[in-house]
Design a protein around this ligand. Structure first.
Ligand code: NAD
Length: 484
């Protein structure tokens, strides 16, 4: 199979916060990979913009180090790294002051795509948007990319949307949810809407339930102060898990185009039932040998923030009424694993003996660690001994199925940045989508803050609180084992 890499138009990409963690760890290594894949045209330029003092040479050296740290050795050739950083320059810009803006305005070309990546805290988004206009840096067709968190509730998300809307049209605003940039997430759409096999079964008549898990082994790390004010519901469920749920549950869009896809996702969010208290389990990790507890990690002994959440979500529409979606995410769990699992119903009536066993099809869409899909189908156990049934996987690990091509699967960030340059908003959240997600999340969070609920303790390295298991047991179901 021949890989088809489509180059993009020449561009000026300004990364505000170009010296920060996200830029060093994700954005620039991602752009380097697109450079080595031949997707970056001659006229592509990247301008790092931040508060600290650097000249171009220092900035290039910093980013060379970042690439050496975050791109595996066998995927970077020193000559290519050197050629890539030649595309970089640096301008000292203060988001809240007037420093550097004139120089930035002068550096922008008229004949290249303009994109501004706001890789800074959300409190600076307004100031950046305003100054981009004030100093005539951005053309009317410029694009801005904003990072999560997009607000911490409906009110702040509305405020943020209004701030950006004061200077940019919706079609210029790219709200990143990097889960949407994952190869498998797009494959979910390809599988659903590119085959006749699945879609007729993709409803409450044939699907027993859906499980969406995003489990992490790591704790809160250096993000303790931010995380303790946020928690798993705001940090993971409102955005990433919600997006995965939407793509799984949405109706077929009329076309694979930004607004058609986003309209369908929005309809799903609006059809979500309010979640009663009995359908939510919140947890917080306690210490384990050589592992600090959550409270110690965030240095807040009385913290009531959840590092784990499991919930049953019901969707009131024709397609899904009666089929629960179980969501689960947490830190310091047994394994790092993200997947969407569609559990189909058993056959309506089995013609086989009881001892042949009862089986149901399961479709697993793995986001990490190894992106891929696996469909379990029931067959006859080979050999003598009568009709005994057994489940076997029809496995489609991308690396096996696609060989070299799979090795070039772009990371979520690099794909999304290239989509910004192409002007394709399909994989970005629209303002009304974000607001609808907060409108659903807000009452859930305020109910437990009003009551002063404490999350349940769970051992670091476990599968979360025992009550999370009960959430499914009481419905006669079981979570998938957390394992890699
Ligand atoms: P960081 O603190 O490492 O970097 C912040 C950057 O902003 C630095 O380059 C700093 O110089 C610049 N900056 C700060 N104040 C400025 C000002 N007044 N004018 C100009 N530049 C200024 O932060 P980060 O971890 O890179 O995160 C950036 C954004 O991305 C945040 O909104 C964060 O929530 C979001 N985010 C980060 C990650 C991650 O993995 N780091 C993941 C998801 C979202």
């Amino acid at each position: 199979m021949v890989s088809r890499v489509i180059p993009v138009e020449p561009f000026d990409l300004v990364i505000f916060g170009g010296t920060g963690d996200l830029a060093r760890r994700k954005i620039l290594p991602g752009l380097f990979r697109r450079f080595t894949s031949g997707q970056m045209p001659e006229g592509a330029r990247i301008i790092g913009a931040a508060r600290s003092d650097h000249d171009d040479a220092e900035y290039r050296a910093t980013i060379t180090e970042a690439i050496e740290e975050f791109v595996p050795k066998d995927r970077r050739d020193p000559a290519e790294v050197a050629a890539f950083v030649e595309r970089l320059s640096y301008i000292k810009v203060d988001a809240t002051g007037e420093d550097g803006w004139k120089k930035l305005a002068k550096a922008m070309r008229d004949d290249a795509v303009q994109a501004f990546y706001f890789s800074v805290g959300p409190s600076l988004f307004g100031a950046l948007a305003e100054r981009l206009h004030l100093h005539k840096v951005a053309r009317p067709d410029a694009r801005i990319v904003v990072e999560k968190p997009f607000g911490r509730d409906l009110a702040s998300a509305k405020e943020l949307n209004a701030t950006l809307a004061a200077h940019f049209d919706e079609h210029q605003i790219y709200r990143i949810d990097h889960y949407l940039g994952k190869e498998t997430v797009q494959n979910l759409m390809a599988v659903r809407f590119g085959n006749v096999l699945f879609e007729p079964l993709w409803n409450a008549q044939y699907v027993d339930h859906v499980q969406i898990t995003v489990a992490e082994e790591v704790g809160v790390g250096g993000r303790g102060t931010y995380y303790d004010k946020s928690g798993a519901m705001r940090d993971m469920v409102q955005n990433h898990l919600m997006q995965l749920l939407c793509l799984t549950a949405m109706e077929p869009p009329t076309r694979f185009e930004p607004d058609a896809v986003r309209d369908e996702k929005l309809k799903v969010i609006r059809a979500l039932d309010p979640v009663p208290r009995s359908n939510i389990v919140r947890g917080q990790y306690s210490s384990a040998p050589r592992i600090k507890s959550y409270a110690d990690d965030v240095e807040n002994p009385d913290s009531r923030t959840e590092s784990f959440i499991a919930m049953r979500v019901d969707i009131s529409n024709w397609r899904w009424k009666g089929t629960p979606f179980y969501l689960r995410t947490g830190k310091r769990l047994k394994a790092r694993m993200s997947e969407i699992v569609i559990h189909f119903k058993e056959v309506p009536y089995s013609i086989f003996d009881e001892d042949a066993g009862r089986h149901a099809n399961v479709l697993t869409i793995r986001l990490q660690p190894d992106e891929g899909m696996d469909l379990r189908v029931t067959i006859k156990e080979p050999g003598p001994g009568g009709m005994r049934l057994v489940d076997v996987p029809l496995d489609m690990t991308f690396a096996d199925a696609l060989g070299e091509q799979a090795a070039d699967v772009p990371d979520a960030y690099e794909r999304l940045i290239m989509d910004v340059i192409r002007g394709n908003q399909t994989l970005f959240m629209r303002g009304d989508e974000v607001e609808a997600a907060w409108a659903w999340t807000d009452p859930i969070i305020s109910a437990w803050t009003d009551r002063g609920d404490r999350p349940l303790a769970y051992d670091a390295g476990s599968s979360g609180p025992a009550d999370a298991l009960m959430l499914l047991h009481r419905d006669g179901r079981r979570w998938r084992e957390l394992a890699t």
